[in-house]
Design a protein around this ligand. Structure first.
Ligand code: SF4
Length: 62
């Protein structure tokens, strides 16, 4: 499983609020993945982040 952040991210950080251990908005103003590894236990939170992202920048693969 992998989460991809598209270039339409505007850095408001909804994803970071949901999972600060996975997403971090950098000084460049966009979100980055900071988790080393994602497991099935993360899936529900990641699906929530995908659904809540205001610009639909997130895509869950696998
Ligand atoms: S919620 Fe979406 S737009 Fe906001 S920082 Fe995360 S990926 Fe970017």
């Amino acid at each position: 499983m992998k989460i991809v952040i598209g270039d339409v991210c505007t850095g408001h950080g909804v994803c970071e609020v949901i999972r600060p251990d996975v997403f971090e908005v950098g000084e460049d103003g966009i979100a980055h993945i900071v988790a080393d590894e994602l497991t099935e236990e993360d899936r529900a939170d990641l699906e929530l982040a995908v659904a809540q992202c205001p610009t639909q920048a997130l895509r869950l693969e696998g």
